[in-house]
Each structure stands twice: as C-alpha cells, then as structure tokens.
Design a protein around this ligand. Structure first.
Ligand code: AMP
Length: 290
C-alpha cells in the first residue's frame, strides 16, 4: 500500500452516494482542534457562540466551560498526513455535475483497475472522437483510462485508513490476470447527465466479478453502496455532458470498425490486471495482485 496523488479537485464526482454512517463525532473533535468558535445546541444542531477558553494543547477554543477538552491523543488520531502523499494526478472530473453535497471531510472514493495507455490507445480514442464529431456529437477524451470496480462512494476522512486496510485484506488472495476490452459500448451515469463511450471487457469478466465481490464486502462492512448487480466492465474512452446514449449507440457499428482497424494484433485492447487502486479524495492507494 502506497501511493497518493494530490489533485486540485479532490472531493467531487458523478455517481457518488452519501455515506450512510455519521461522522459527526470526528467533526466535533476537529472543531475542538481547530478552535472553531461555537458549540452545538443539542436540540437545534445550531452552533452558538460561547466564551473562549484554552485547551490542553494550547489551542484557544470557544465553548461551554463544563465540557472537558478532547485529549490530544484523540485529536491527533486521524491527522491528514498519516496517509502519505507522493505524486500528482490529473483530475478526472472535468465538467461533471456533483451528485452529493460537497462537505468538508467527505472524500469521494472509488476502486478501479488502471489502464496505463500508450499513445496509440489515445490516438484510437481521438479517432473515435472525430468520427462522433462528424455526426454532431462532441466528446472529450478521458483524462485517464481505467476499469471501475466500484461506484463512487463518500467516505469520511477518518474512515480512509480502516477502509484501505480492509480492501488490502480483501484483495490479498487474488492473482493477476489478462483482460481484453475491445467491444464498443455506450454508458450513462445514474443521473443521465453524462454519456460515455467505452470499450467493454470481453475477456476477464469472471475474474473482475470476483474482484468486485471482494471490494463489495469492504463496501458493505462500511455500509456503502456496492457495485452494479449486473456490471458491464469497461474502459471509458470519452464522454460528453447530456444524454447521448441512443445517438451514440446508433454509431457503434461504424465506430467499431475504427477499433478493428486500429487493432495491432489485439495489443491495444489487452491489459494485465495486476494493480488495483483506490482513490479517496486526493490520495491513491495501490494493491498489487500476485
Ligand atoms: P466509468 O468510466 O467506469 O466511471 O463508467 C462510466 C459510467 O458508466 C459511470 O457513470 C457508471 O455509472 C456507468 N454505468 C452504467 N451502467 C453500468 C454498468 N452496468 N456497469 C458499469 N458501469 C455502468
């Protein structure tokens, strides 16, 4: 377990769902830690101004004098930098419409198999984009290519570490395997606000289903939404805002010809599944399959 990207846009995505467990306790602790001016009214949930005091870590804090200060050991339990940062990653959010409330401490999280594309794969995507453009559909190439193994869910910051440890354990028994993604298909997000042109997996689905089963167990343990019951594993190549599913589906037979002509003995659409990743906010964790 290991690498983290930092990104300028780290807490939004499409298809995200609200986490069902409350993180209020940690938010309260964070409030104490940051010396947030106020304490919560139990009835209304409002923050009311209170006289200030100094807690044991020396932070000036406003609140009821009857409330004991939170011990420093607890306040430091879930510090941001307890998960190290390593390298940066371009955003995959361009133009997306956020479907969960953007709140401090909510981290958009998803699990995926990266497809580290060579330039000829990007060229294939560009050829498909121009062909769709000739029919009046303006697509944008994905910033990165991957096969999703989960939906985007929302984790409170202090659950990232236990979530990642649980995933690590769940994925430990799996071996690497070969995937082929060579059949064009069209996808829409749940809100039908974005349409994706993707290459569907035609070899490796069984192994992907097993991986998703393991990922789903972790999601269930954290009471988060599991993946599609009927997944269609794919590498999204390009996307557009709006519902263009039918129109793009009408072009698929023609576009599939472009994929076929670009194939270099099948190399282009083949990928080894050997590194599963989990992105949570601006952090990326990698789990090597053996
Ligand atoms: P992705 O590139 O993996 O983020 O997928 C693009 C979109 O396809 C996401 O918004 C998914 O919600 C959507 N999608 C629609 N139907 C499916 C399906 N059966 N399996 C996987 N993804 C799907």
């Amino acid at each position: 377990m290991l690498v983290n990207y930092s990104s300028s846009e780290d807490e939004e995505s499409d298809g995200g769902r609200k986490r069902r467990r409350s993180g209020d306790e940690a938010e309260e602790a964070a409030c104490s830690k940051r010396g947030k001016p106020g304490t919560r009214n139990d009835q209304t949930g409002d923050l009311k101004k209170q006289p200030s005091r100094t807690n044991e870590s020396g932070t000036t804090c406003q609140g009821s004098p009857h409330i004991l200060p939170v011990p420093t050991s607890i306040l430091e339990m879930f510090q941001e930098d307890s998960v190290e940062q390593a390298y940066s990653h371009s955003s995959r959010h361009g133009g997306r419409i956020r479907s969960f409330r953007h709140e401090r401490g909510n981290w958009a999280t998803y699990v995926y198999l990266p497809y580290l594309a060579e330039s000829d794969f990007e060229e294939l995507a560009d050829r498909l984009i121009s062909a769709a453009g000739a029919h009046g559909i303006s697509l944008t190439r994905m910033a990165d290519f991957h096969i999703s193994l989960s939906q985007t869910v929302v984790l409170r910051h202090h659950w990232i570490e236990p979530f990642v440890l649980s995933l690590k354990e769940a994925l430990a028994p799996f071996s690497r395997f070969l995937c082929v993604a060579d059949r064009l298909n069209v996808y829409a997000n749940q809100e039908k606000t974005r349409t994706f042109l993707g290459l569907e997996v035609t070899l490796g689905q069984d192994e992907l289903v097993h991986l998703v089963g393991a990922v789903d167990k972790t999601l269930e343990a954290f009471r988060l939404a599991t993946f599609y019951q009927d997944p269609s594993f794919h590498v999204s190549l390009a996307w557009c805002v709006g519902d263009y599913k039918e129109r793009l589906e009408g072009l698929c037979a023609q576009l599939q010809g472009i994929v076929h002509d670009s194939e270099d003995g099948g190399e282009l659409t083949r990928l080894w599944a050997e590194d599963i990743r989990c992105k949570s906010g601006n952090k990326v964790f990698s789990f090597q399959l053996h």
